[in-house]
Design a protein around this ligand. Structure first.
Ligand code: PLP
Length: 370
């Protein structure tokens, strides 16, 4: 029995009637641009992330783009981020005209190393961008400390609803950053029925700027103080997301339970390094990512057994051909480079059955002769 890496149809089957009813209401109202579904979703996203304001936008990449713009990044400025992330984090830096400055990661969490951030800050730095990779919030309070007042944009595309204990208090993904960004790409924990994204902030001035950037830089229709984007969250997507939101906490809990099961099942396999969750962290496990030195052989073995898997990410961003102009060389972010050769993500989605979980475990253990 093959086990896919992700099975969106399995989830859809459990919520079909709710989602279809919610989407059909928008269809029947013929009100596709912003309106009540988007406003309602923004209200819920702000509530979930314990922020004052949320702005829906077209996707998680645009969320980063308008966040960078809102804090004033552009030509001549630098933005410090991790090279071990999805491309969009840095692609959006390039697209606002700023220079990406890549610093290495912590090998245990795969998240940005705060000390390295501190060393990379210059008079040109406009923002630092910790990424909450695989569902675990980065050491955001340590990044903020070394950023010394520079904007912290938290790329929380993979971590909606995740939390981190800071000074003894649970803080949500996006809550403590200058701006937090989310993606509703279908494979994220809260995935839409197409593209979607959002930004959150505690700052009213930034909220107004983000809203303005989302709609062509215009507050009063047909009057434009700045050039913005056409990047609204589609009302049909907001409707689908509103139907899915009540299930998010249970889905993420099931992912954590699946992760705990795998951790236990691989505990006696010395070759498998299971994901490290910091004691101060509650991950939402957007990915369950192990490290193995014979990664490509394990990959081939899982493929032969029909077990879904993927490498997030095979080439760190500082070594991508499109960023050759930045002048990075191999060896400059050694932990990110090593991670890219050793990581392998396994199926973790909430609808996995026990039989499927057992199948994944048997295939991985079998490869190591266990
Ligand atoms: C998915 C993702 C994005 C981009 O989101 P889209 O909605 O696909 O544009 C940005 N950053 C990270 C870390 C992501 O995982």
């Amino acid at each position: 029995m093959p086990v896919p890496l992700l099975d969106l149809r399995a989830q859809h089957a459990t919520i079909r009637d709710e989602v279809v009813a919610s989407i059909m209401k928008v269809v029947d109202d013929q009100a596709f641009i912003l309106g009540k579904p988007v406003a309602d979703l923004e209200c819920h996203i702000a509530g979930l992330s314990k922020t004052k304001y949320a702005v829906g936008c077209a996707n998680g990449t645009d969320a980063l783009l308008i966040a960078y713009r809102a804090v004033g990044a552009g030509r001549g400025s630098e933005i410090v981020t991790s090279p071990f992330t999805f491309f969009a984090t840095a692609g959006a830096i390039h697209n606002v005209g700023a220079t990406a400055v890549f610093v290495d990661i912590d090998p245990k969490t795969f998240n940005i190393n705060p000390a390295a951030v501190g060393a990379a800050i210059t008079s040109k730095t406009k923002a630092v961008v910790p990424v909450d990779l695989f569902g675990q919030v980065a050491a955001i309070e340590e990044v903020a400390k070394v950023a010394k007042g520079i904007a912290v944009i938290e790329d929380a595309a993979q971590s909606i609803g995740a939390r981190r204990k800071i000074d003894g208090e649970w803080r949500m993904a996006g809550e403590t950053a200058t701006i937090g960004t989310f993606s509703f790409f279908p494979s994220k924990n809260l995935g839409g029925y197409g593209d979607g994204g959002a930004v959150v902030t505690q700052d009213e001035g930034l909220f107004n700027e983000l809203k303005r950037l989302r709609t062509h830089g215009s507050v009063t229709t047909y009057f434009h103080e700045v050039v913005g984007y056409n990047s609204r969250l589609d009302a049909l997507q907001a409707a689908a997301l509103l139907a899915k939101l009540p299930h998010l906490a249970a889905w993420s809990a099931k992912r954590r339970a699946n992760a705990a099961f795998y951790n236990q099942a691989f505990a006696d396999v010395a070759e498998v390094v299971t994901p490290y969750t910091e004691p101060v962290s509650e991950s939402i496990f957007n990915q369950y990512t192990i490290r193995v030195s014979r990664r490509d052989d394990l990959k081939a073995h899982l493929a032969s057994k029909g077990i879904g898997h993927s490498v997030y990410y095979p080439l760190p961003l500082h070594l991508q051909p499109c960023f050759a102009y930045l002048g990075y060389k191999e060896g400059q972010c050694p932990e990110a480079e090593r991670a890219s050769k050793e990581v392998l993500s396994l199926p973790i989605y909430p609808e996995l059955t026990q039989a499927q979980l057992d199948e994944v475990v048997a295939a991985v253990r079998g490869f190591f002769g266990k």
